[in-house]
Ligand binder design. Structure first.
Ligand code: HEM
Length: 165
């Protein structure tokens, strides 16, 4: 059950968010179509830029601190992965979608002992989809405005209608 739930909407959102980012950045989309060897890096940039999992939670097992704030044992914390992925101290010009970013170090798949169990599968799925879509050589165009799912944890599209040009 966990694998199904953790692996389904997340990967769906990686694909949808990535398609939207490419539609909004046609030069990047063209560059990716011309050189599909950039796809693995582009998938990492999609994960960073529009992270399908925006937040997670942790309970402190002992007294700790983060960013100068004390976190007492037992305290519940919300960890904003999406915000960290747009942190200008880590990512230059973080609001820019750039498939050629030299460092796509991000927290979209978590970190540490609970790092995403399905990360290799998610990356494989993302790469396969963009390989297939761009490999058609036909441009996608939207026929509707994107509608975002109205919840904060999982960031993804409720709908975005597309057709081949
Ligand atoms: C783009 C797609 C995906 C994203 C963005 C994503 C994101 C994440 C994140 C952020 C965590 C860490 C949560 C935390 O530390 O609190 C996580 C954990 C996990 N993910 Fe994924 N995930 C994706 C795809 C998948 C897939 C395809 C599977 C399985 C088929 C999967 C299974 C899991 C499981 C089982 C955990 C819990 C690992 C643990 O607690 O030790 N995920 N994922």
């Amino acid at each position: 059950m966990l694998l199904l739930v953790a692996g389904h909407e997340t990967t769906t959102n990686l694909i949808g968010n990535g398609i939207l980012a490419l539609l909004k950045n046609p030069a990047q989309s063209r560059a990716l179509t011309e050189d599909r060897s950039k796809i693995p890096n582009a998938v990492e940039e999609i994960l960073r830029y529009d992270s399908p999992v925006q937040l997670t939670t942790r309970t402190a097992l002992r007294d700790a601190s983060a960013g100068g704030e004390a976190i007492g044992a037992g305290a519940q914390t919300v960890v904003l992965l999406g915000a960290a992925n747009r942190d200008p101290r880590t990512h230059e010009d973080p609001d820019r979608f750039d498939i050629d970013r030299s460092s796509t170090r991000h927290l979209a798949l978590g970190q540490g002992i609970h790092f995403c169990l399905g990360a290799p599968l998610a990356r494989l799925e993302g790469r396969s989809v963009f390989e297939a879509l761009l490999g058609t050589g036909r441009a996608l165009q939207p026929t509707s405005d994107p509608v975002w799912v109205k919840q904060v944890t999982l960031r993804g599209l409720e709908s975005l209608r597309l057709e081949f040009a």
